[in-house]
Design a protein around this ligand. Structure first.
Ligand SMILES: C[S@@+](CC[C@H](N)C(=O)[O-])C[C@H]1O[C@@H](n2cnc3c(N)ncnc32)[C@H](O)[C@@H]1O
Length: 267
């Protein structure tokens, strides 16, 4: 298992770092993993800096992981991603006439949630891992600030609501007359040592959250809690989660969406 510390590069960030991570049982250190000459025996830092929060590999074998909804790939996909023609849009049943509410039980760094919110869905994001939760919360906060000058971005971020909790408990808290239209899940897939194509960032995230081994139980519970569908994102050639056969699947190059239909989406 990798060693992780919480670090901050400027003394004035110590208070913020302490306040946001006091429930996380990791050492808090003044240390800048991005400085050239810095060394630390730990493998990763959850790092507070003036630019925001990031997860940094000390041996620099991949770039820092942070949530950036403002620029880069998220911005590009928002503008040129293919709208309702995207597979994820079809999987959750978005059409010109119907835009579902979506509860994402496995929020992670919020990429899928952001795509769905960009397409107009109201998205409830649930994340149980405190490090991932903080990274996502920070990304949403920075996007909210950027939204002052970008009204479309502001509207998207306003459609995303994040909650730090165990999704089982969230599902238990739902009343029958207030179920989400769609429940979405993208649990971490066990990483095989040989799979060189798995991105280094994904491997790092795997070190933090583990393999989400309980995902099949979550799916079983979710099946009674969605109004129209439960949608599971899976690697293309993987088994069905928990060996539960979906109503049907949508297949892409590397990703498959397994869809458990409860009732017809309104047309
Ligand atoms: C593969 S990542 C999801 C990536 C996400 N779809 C994205 O686009 O960024 C899976 C995430 O689900 C979270 N997770 C798994 N099971 C959960 C549960 N029962 N409750 C809350 N979060 C859970 C993990 O902590 C992890 O951060």
């Amino acid at each position: 298992m990798s060693k992780i510390i919480i670090s901050y590069s400027e003394p004035q960030l110590a208070k913020v770092a302490l306040a946001s991570t006091k429930h996380i049982d990791l050492p808090l250190v003044e240390f800048d993993p991005n400085s050239k000459n810095s060394t630390h025996e730990a493998d990763y830092s959850l790092h507070f800096s003036a630019k925001g929060l990031s997860f940094v590999s000390h041996n620099r074998n991949h770039g820092a992981i942070c949530c950036d909804f403002v620029s880069g790939s998220h911005r590009h996909r928002r503008n040129f991603g293919g709208g309702n023609g995207q597979m994820i849009a079809k999987a959750v049943g978005i059409s010109g006439k119907f835009i579902p509410t979506v509860t994402d039980l496995t929020a992670g760094l919020g990429s899928d949630g952001f795509v769905l919110a960009s397409l107009g869905c109201q998205v409830q994001l649930i994340e149980r891992n405190p490090i991932v939760y903080l990274l996502l919360k920070d990304g949403l906060k920075r996007a909210q600030v950027a939204g002052h000058d970008d009204l479309k971005l502001r509207d998207i971020i306003n459609r995303m609501e994040l909650c730090e909790m165990q999704s089982y408990n969230y599902l238990d808290s739902l009343s029958k007359d207030n179920l989400p239209d769609i429940i979405y899940m993208d649990p971490m897939f066990p990483i095989r040592k040989k799979s060189a194509q798995v991105k280094k960032e994904m491997q790092a995230l795997h070190q933090v959250v583990g393999g989400d081994e309980d995902a099949a139980e979550l799916l079983e519970k979710a099946l009674n809690r969605a109004k129209y569908r439960v949608v599971i994102k899976r690697p293309m050639h993987s088994d069905y989660l928990g060996m539960l056969k979906p109503s049907y699947s949508l297949e892409g190059k590397s990703t498959r969406y397994d869809i458990f239909a409860k009732q017809k989406i309104p047309k």
